[in-house]
Design a protein around this ligand. Sequence first.
Ligand SMILES: NC(=O)C1=CN([C@@H]2O[C@H](COP(=O)(O)OP(=O)(O)OC[C@H]3O[C@@H](n4cnc5c(N)ncnc54)[C@H](OP(=O)(O)O)[C@@H]3O)[C@@H](O)[C@H]2O)C=CC1
Ligand SMILES: O=C(CO)COP(=O)(O)O
Length: 331
Amino acid sequence: MFDCGKIAVIGGGSWATAIAKIIVRHTHHIGWYMRRDDQIADFKRLGHNPTYLMGVRFDTDEIFFSSDINKIVQEYDTLVFVTPSPYLKNHLKKLKTRIKDKFVITAIKGIVPDENLVCSEYFHHVYDVPYENLACLGGPSHAEEVALERLSYLTVGCCDQEKAQAFTDVLTGEYIKTKISSDVIGIEYASVLKNVYAIASGICNGLKYGDNFQAVLISNAVQEMSRFLTAVHGIERNITDSVYLGDLLVTGYSNFSRNHTFGTMIGKGYSIKSAQIEMEMIAEGFFGTKCMKEINRHWHVNMPILDAVYNILYKRISPQIEIKLLTDSFR
Ligand SMILES: NC(=O)C1=CN([C@@H]2O[C@H](COP(=O)(O)OP(=O)(O)OC[C@H]3O[C@@H](n4cnc5c(N)ncnc54)[C@H](OP(=O)(O)O)[C@@H]3O)[C@@H](O)[C@H]2O)C=CC1
Ligand SMILES: O=C(CO)COP(=O)(O)O
């Protein structure tokens, strides 16, 4: 039976904090890499993350903090990466330690910029981590709700089902239910695309389209997601599973959604810069839109919603015009 061994969390934001809370309850010890020493010092003094999910209290005696990624990678067997995708490469650049023998789990819902690879592929191609040592964590899971211990369903994707099961055993608890899947690439792409569609939904919200239209938008979004997943990784999957459709719905509709909030501001006429400043947190879909557009240049999948969001965010075409064109293309 596979054992995850000592587990470390890489990243200091809200999802990293929620995941750390879930894991440490089970293991009573975690390693935790955060980029800033002052953040670590404040965390130890206050007993909670000073910036994100401040209501989640930790017994800091159960945590080995370090701002040195090499120390964490050397000491821990399972590494859960939860940095926003635009910063992943910078953190990894500091690595002097091999990670190919580690169990690497990515909870990042983004594409590695410039490389245009989902994170598991990046770890495989650049760091030689074999696919059986790579997993992803998906599912509808706002960090804020996990922090409040509201019932949430997560999915661990890994081609080695024993390893996936071992990590789900670590996560499963009173308010976390988990299942396993072998569709790592499909889950990772779906997790990126749902952010793009949540921005679309937010833009429409900002433009005062109503619930009737939002339902049509999300119906078209799931069809678009399905077309893309079938093209890039055509295995049998049920797109209505919570890790695909469920995550799209929560990001598309929830008040906690960063991507939806960001899109709403764009629809209301904010500039991208001012929307990003106002957010204070990362809207992954902004970066995901550009990467997915570039990736789809290779696949040529019909993706009108992705195209519309790209045109609004990167070509500065008016949201009114783009969304009107999109509405004409829907059935
Ligand atoms: N939040 C959620 O509910 C969920 C998030 N995810 C995914 O988790 C990943 C992390 O997102 P999330 O936790 O929400 O992020 P947050 O917005 O909560 O936190 C952002 C993190 O990025 C760091 N950061 C900011 N600027 C830089 C920089 N220039 N260089 C390096 N690091 C920087 C911040 O560090 P500092 O504080 O030091 O600035 C902080 O640790 C994303 O891929 C997201 O899609 C997945 C599921 C749920
Ligand atoms: O991935 C997430 C929920 O599953 C979080 O992203 P949003 O904050 O945009 O919803």
